[in-house]
Design a protein around this ligand. Sequence first.
Ligand code: SAM
Length: 295
Amino acid sequence: MNNVWSQYVQTTEELYRSREMRFNDSNAALWLKAIGVKSGQNILEVGCAGGVFCHKIKKYVPDVKITGLDLDTGHIEYAKAKTAELGLDCEFVNGDATAMPFADNTFDLCYSHTVAEHIPHKPFFGEQYRVLKPGGKIVDLSVRTRLELRNIHEYGGSDEEKALLEKAWSNAGDFDKEHNIGAFEMDEHEYPKELEKAGFHDVNVDFLTVVDYAPDNASVSDDIAIKQINSIRIGCLACAQKAFNRVPDALTEHEKSRLINLINERFDKRIKQYNDGEKLWDFSTSTILVVSGKK
Ligand SMILES: C[S@@+](CC[C@H](N)C(=O)[O-])C[C@H]1O[C@@H](n2cnc3c(N)ncnc32)[C@H](O)[C@@H]1O
């Protein structure tokens, strides 16, 4: 049983809801091209969390065989339940990216999204090399946070909310350091070098920029706009919940529920503004480094 990520780092719901907005109906073709998905492939996603990318790929290219692997037990349980709910045929395996339970030369395509930065490079890329078929493709997707454009803080938290959140996170300690969270981050030029070191050839670097939040855009339906606003709400609620999990006594029960209420009020207000036709033009973008290579 391993729930380090889902309980203390990024909750399954938070990851699922934000990625669902990042890889959406209007940009699906860009993602499928960036990942290099082709009909009939046997595909592995390493570090799949709740399985959102596997679900998206299966939705748009139904005749692939797709498997997601993650170390976190909670993420994998969620992925399996969501797969059944969506009526999709995807497989999910609880396992370690540095010692994967798959035979050599199994997959046509191995990809990962924001995972390499948390795992030692040699076993991470080496294991993917081992399980890929000769001629198979690796694709590493990594969000470049310094290229992110966001102006979603216009309706940011009140002083009371900020103070409660700060108190909730006080004394959280060095948890991230102890669990290697972000310990293996690389600059853009280091990814292709690591792929070559692992034995990959035909290495390429590319970038994908997507708008993942823009509820006031004319092209965004009411349903998606509300989902976008709620995906940011889920992220803020998850931030508070993770603090409660890490430091259970930092806030009293009364303060915890006050913080949750303040966050919800903020997003209820944003939804009301949306429904009243009051435009804020708040948006966010993600720029993703896409490094690929062949075995
Ligand atoms: C930043 S999250 C990204 C999740 C997913 N790819 C996404 O973008 O939503 C990193 C993921 O890597 C997983 N992970 C961390 N170490 C791992 C390991 N050694 N083996 C497999 N998965 C691992 C975590 O559980 C988490 O789901």
